[in-house]
Design a protein around this ligand. Sequence first.
Ligand code: G6P
Length: 458
Amino acid sequence: MVSKSEFVVVSNRLPVRRAGPKSSRWETSPGGLVSALTPVLRDRPSTWIGWDGTIGRAPRPFVHDGIRNDPVPLSQSEIETYYDGFSNRTIWPLYHDAVRSPEYHRHWWRPYVEVNRRFAERAAQRAARGGIVWVHDYQLQLVPGMLRQLRPDLRIGFFLHIPFPPPELFRQLPWRREILEGLLGADVVGFQTKAGIQNLSRLARHLLGSSGQSGELIHDRRRVQVGAFPISIDFERYSKRAADPESHARANELRTRLGQRHVLLGVDRLDYTKGIDTRLKAFRELLVSGRLGLDDAVFVQIGVPSRKRVDEYQQLTRSIHEIVGELNGEYGQVGLNAVEYFGRSFDFEDLVALYLAADVMIVTPLRDGMNLVAKEYIACRNDDTGVLVLSEFTGSARELRQALVVNPHDIDGLVGGIETALAMPTVEQKRRMRTLRRQVRQHDVYAWAQGFLDTLAE
Ligand code: G6P
């Protein structure tokens, strides 16, 4: 029998992944969430419940790197309906301002409920009496409510990593009441920004008749705390690696290979919310108008493949390839591209070298819960140089006020922003970057996790 855990984390994906497609070896997934929770998980008997990314039967619970992983199985059809369907073609676009049309299908909703119940039941089995369960993200919004029914003794927290939409959009959802009931099963519901608090509170009042203030709702005669907890990164890890002479050597080599031009950088999951096409179009305008020459600047774009079975993602990938091809076809020369595009992920060390090599970091999502790439760039700029161009529709724009904040829908504004960034005097770069760095250093991912868990323990 598996012993009970005082602390349980529940997320769609486990914090580990297989080292290769068929490998039996596990490796820790990259990302701040894992590093932030590791100290908490090692401190007491804990379990992380999630999907291991494979089809069908799940392995038995196992310990990797000091963390107990408890895999939940997903069948082929559940991957298509619960994950590709309801999570990524209904909720994902709806919660990102409907920048693509969300689809509403009853045959996706039912598996979403079933899979959420599976996660809730697993958490109910694993959690010790009076224990803490922290549920994450849009794939599992029904889990808090289901778990509350099964185990009223638990402290339940829920954190949404993506935006929570305004009522005008949310109300489209045929299952809007069920989702709200699910979320309000938690003792603490956390969002990236204050907008989430207001949106949930208005919806809960209008659709469920909840009462109370925005930050503290009364639902089902229970108190539900609703708060903003902007997520962050492990600042020291990035900053330390960036200070390593090896990183500087790699960055210098990159700059040489890129022809000693100004380097503009974009790093994103290949997602239609990220505004990758928009920024490439803005760059193209600078070349077309002659305001920028091929010798002046190069655009390096990393697009990490994501959710490849979903149509919208395939279309996006094709369209990015097309834009990059056209740009290089029109403006490149033999041995000198206008855009250097990589459709794959980079490991930590190479990523840090790229951040170091980049004069300007371009982050232009149409909507983004937070955007951690912006924070990673800042953490790497130990000498305070470098400029961040940042979309106002990211959660991070609420905190990173000294960035050049742009509206990605306004192509002229974006073009202007890139020009301003390229021309910014070093003194001003440093003034802005110092403030940005202070913000991210003081509000790192450890402070984030502590802040949420303290609220949950109150
Ligand atoms: C976003 C979501 C996460 C998700 C990640 C990768 O950051 O908030 O919940 O895990 O994207 O997407 P994937 O579908 O591959 O898990």
